[in-house]
Ligand binder design. Structure first.
Ligand SMILES: Nc1ncnc2c1ncn2[C@@H]1O[C@H](COP(=O)(O)OP(=O)(O)O)[C@@H](O)[C@H]1O
Ligand SMILES: [Mg+2]
Length: 137
């Protein structure tokens, strides 16, 4: 089964300053990743790795072409549908982490669930109820 499908994906950044040209960073990316497949994206700094991952993760929909994750057309989803896909199917570890310093690592991981009416991350972390051993993931 195809997990990720990109066809003719293009990403253009606007000029950094007036008078400069826009930057065509991704010019036509085709990619297929099967379910269960492990893939690493390599490239020199500034080549567009983070940009590509932001598109794949549904964080940036300002692009041209087709991008599907688990059969969902990322640009066709409503904002709540996209948020639900990100919440349930996509995991991110950001380069700059974006963690809340007042919370522990485990509380940070559990935080998104608290937005969906589940227990507060701190009490779940304290009770251990949010933890499942890797064998059960
Ligand atoms: N929000 C943005 N606006 C304009 N240009 C950007 C923006 N984000 C990244 N860029 C430019 O896009 C290029 C690729 O960035 P990025 O995807 O972060 O590369 P990588 O992750 O491979 O180092 C860089 O030249 C960067 O300056
Ligand atoms: Mg990067």
């Amino acid at each position: 089964m195809t997990a990720i499908l990109l066809a003719g994906v293009k990403k253009r950044y606007p000029p950094r300053e007036p008078g400069l040209p826009p930057q065509d960073l991704l010019t036509s990316v085709d990619l297929e990743v099967k379910r269960g497949e492990f893939m690493a994206i390599e490239g020199q700094s500034g080549s567009g790795k983070s940009t590509l991952l932001h598109l794949l993760g549904g964080l940036d929909r300002d692009f041209e072409g087709e991008a599907k994750v688990l059969g969902c057309d990322l640009r066709a989803l409503s904002d709540p549908e996209l948020a639900a896909l990100r919440h349930t199917q996509i995991g991110f570890i950001f380069q700059s982490f974006n963690l809340l310093p007042a919370l522990t690592a485990l509380e940070n991981v559990l935080l998104p669930d608290s937005r969906r009416g589940r227990n507060r991350p701190r009490s779940r972390a304290a009770s251990g109820s949010g933890w499942r051993s890797p064998a059960r993931w």
